[in-house]
Design a protein around this ligand. Structure first.
Ligand SMILES: [Zn+2]
Length: 61
């Protein structure tokens, strides 16, 4: 479906370290993706800065 390579990344809450969001973006637009973004954390029940961590597609674990 998706053309080109999509980079998957997970967003971790900086307070409780929960992996709350998984998103994918095009590597070509990598520069436009922020490394940190405020998102709502269900564990903290408030908006908390989330850190982005890139993940490889198809890897186990
Ligand atoms: Zn949290």
């Amino acid at each position: 479906m998706a053309r080109g390579k999509s980079q998957f990344c997970t967003w971790f809450c900086t307070e409780c370290n929960a992996a709350n969001y998984i998103t994918a973006y095009n590597k070509k637009s990598n520069e436009r993706i922020l490394k940190e973004r405020s998102k709502f954390c269900g564990e903290c029940r408030k908006h908390v800065p989330h850190r982005r961590k890139d993940t490889k597609k198809g890897s186990g674990n």
